[in-house]
Design a binder for this molecule. Sequence first.
Ligand code: ATP
Length: 299
Amino acid sequence: MLKVENVTKYYGKFKAVDNLSFSVKPGEIFGLLGVNGAGKTTTFRMIMGLLEPTEGKITLNDKPIDYSVTDDIGFLTEERSLLTKLTVKEQAIFYGNLKSMKDKDILNRLDYLLDKFEIKEYKNKKIKELSKGNQQKIQFIMAILNEPKLLILDEPFSGLDPFNVELFKKEIIEMSKKGSMIIFSSHRMEHVELFCKKLAIILKGKTVLEGYLSDIKRDYRKKNIFIKGDIDIDEIKSIKGVIDVVKTAEQYEVKIESDEIVDKVFSKIKNSKNITKFVVEEASLNEIFVSKVGHAYEK
Ligand code: ATP
């Protein structure tokens, strides 16, 4: 298990990470969310042992992270960190050797992953000749070449088209099923929501929300009802427990305090003839975030 316990990091007098704690078990996918400058990369660098926490401690299976365990870790950095003059194959040999892999194993794994990511034809191409998206794929392949037990992905989806986002997600889920611990950062709530069990949202280095997504959603009792058809907005708004009714191009969105209000809304509209939709949904992570910090999550 990876444990980050009460970690604080100062750059000079500036506090970039403030008393951060979370843990990730084998098989779990953990999302670290935050806007630019929130402290995500600093946290990852501390986990990788590239930066020393000012306070607190970080352990992997109860041991400090040092060179003895780096062969079991994969790291996708936010900025490109490929040797662009090398071919994909040369880069893989270089990186795999750093992770103590044998050339034969590296090449087998590389062929398997290039095939999976549908870029077999680039094996002997120089990295600088590849498109940005394909370079991103190569960087991801390098991060998982050694089948790491701990995989750290700093903004893995940035710059990817939706098809490739899906490819990456599939691979990440597969790795988690095989027992890897996976941490990734993102600005995009919707990526995290669909995909990870556990998360922390940090804002200026401080945690504003942390835990299992299912618990976070359960504890946040407000819900939304989506209704299509003609309704009397003022009548719905007058129900105690209805927070707001918003009309969008397609439908009405009724924001309610809790589950108990659903029946009251339903009984008001059930006699309307043209209702074609009545769906109750949990609040989105973005809504929960806004309610916690009082303003919208900037992308
Ligand atoms: P982004 O999404 O933009 O990558 P981030 O959440 O990864 O942001 P960090 O890169 O960890 O954020 O930066 C956190 C804060 O620490 C920022 O205010 C940044 O300016 C500051 N910072 C980062 N590195 C240093 C450094 N080496 N010296 C001083 N301040 C730094």
